[in-house]
Design a protein around this ligand. Structure first.
Ligand code: AMP
Length: 218
């Protein structure tokens, strides 16, 4: 069983690589950002609270995330494994994930770390487009990973948009949060011997091949 988590700054290609891995390995991809954005669509009290964090680029409080993730990992389609995009983002969340996984008789098998410079990250994010249908939420890039028809999602046909938190101020905030809170995750998984680092500056297909190489050798 493969339970893979993806670690990397915004713009490192985490979402795109998660989508590719999910497709190639036949495992569901669980994107926390996508689950949160879907919750904001429902216009519930919780959705409105989440929306405030998303707009500012701050991390959503851990108890909300725990609830969302625990619920999703309880779904039957994750029984055979999962690709987790955007969770955990802090060591505290990694500990919570361990608890949730243990409760389900599973464990994290691989932590994939995508390394890129802040400069590349900002350049990539400025070209990012996402599917406006939050249940689909596929990622594209205006030039590096364009859809087949301009402005339209290949998978569900909804319009592509620029994410509200992909503005310079929120991007800076998210990158600084990554360095402060998410980089320590690398040590956490390295100590366990399941951290695998990849050069995220390479082209999408090359990074994907590198990652699949180690997953297939498992
Ligand atoms: P992403 O789509 O992964 O870039 O996430 C978008 C936003 O969702 C982040 O800027 C946070 O506000 C929130 N978010 C996603 N994952 C987490 C997490 N693990 N913990 C807290 N907030 C999160």
């Amino acid at each position: 069983m493969l339970n893979v988590i993806m670690i990397g700054p915004q713009g490192s290609g985490k979402g795109t690589q998660s989508e590719l891995l999910s497709e190639r390995l036949g495992l569901p991809m669980v994107s926390v950002g996508q689950l949160l954005r879907a919750e904001t669509d429902r216009q519930t009290g919780l959705g409105r609270e989440i929306d405030r964090y998303l707009k500012s680029g701050e991390l959503v409080p851990s108890d909300i995330i725990r609830h969302v993730i625990k619920d999703r990992l309880g779904d039957q389609d994750t029984d055979q494994g999962v690709v987790l995009d955007g969770y955990p983002r802090t060591v505290e969340q990694a500990e919570t994930l361990d608890e949730i996984m243990t409760g389900l008789n599973r464990h994290v098998t691989h932590a994939i770390y995508l390394d890129i410079s802040d400069e590349t990250a900002v350049n990539r994010i400025s070209g990012r487009r996402v599917c406006s249908n939050h249940r689909c939420g596929l990622n594209y890039h205006a030039t590096l990973n364009p859809p087949k028809r301009e402005g339209v999602c290949d998978s569900c046909g909804h319009a592509l948009t620029v994410r509200e938190d992909d503005n310079p101020e929120a991007i800076r905030q998210r990158l600084s949060l990554f360095h402060e809170k998410s980089q320590p995750l690398a040590d956490y998984y390295e100590r366990r011997g399941i951290l695998h680092r990849f050069d995220g500056n390479k082209e999408i297909a090359d990074v994907s091949r590198d990652i699949l190489g180690i997953l297939r050798d498992r």
